[in-house]
Design a protein around this ligand. Sequence first.
Ligand SMILES: [Zn+2]
Length: 144
Amino acid sequence: MQAQPTFGALFRSKDKRDYTILISEKFKITGEEFKTVDVPSDVLVGWLGHEMGHIMDYQHRSGLNLIGFGFRYVLLKEFVKKAERAADSFAVTHGMSDYILKTKRFILDNSDIHPTYKERIKQYYLSPDEILEMVEEMDSTKNG
Ligand SMILES: [Zn+2]
């Protein structure tokens, strides 16, 4: 899945932009092929939530900033980490934590998924523990 502004949207004001989320019918994780329809629905919801998190991140950026974002994402590993963790955080602070956790666990606990991909997920995304910590923190500020 991939969230991105449409090309024309880069030249429009922030409130008139549109975004697309591309979803493949099948996807390959280090050689193993998965069909999107076979993925549990909660996992897909978590995945969509993460992509919506990217869109929340894009919303307040200028068109020029988004173009720079694209380049930095391709070139800088540290930037990928920042962007992916931001998307996870947006999703978690907007109430998607249960789904995001299901998506993580689907990947990290799945014996069909290659360890190389799991390492990538651990390297660039929020870990289940970090998400649980965020939720605890949110709950404690909510309850006084
Ligand atoms: Zn992402």
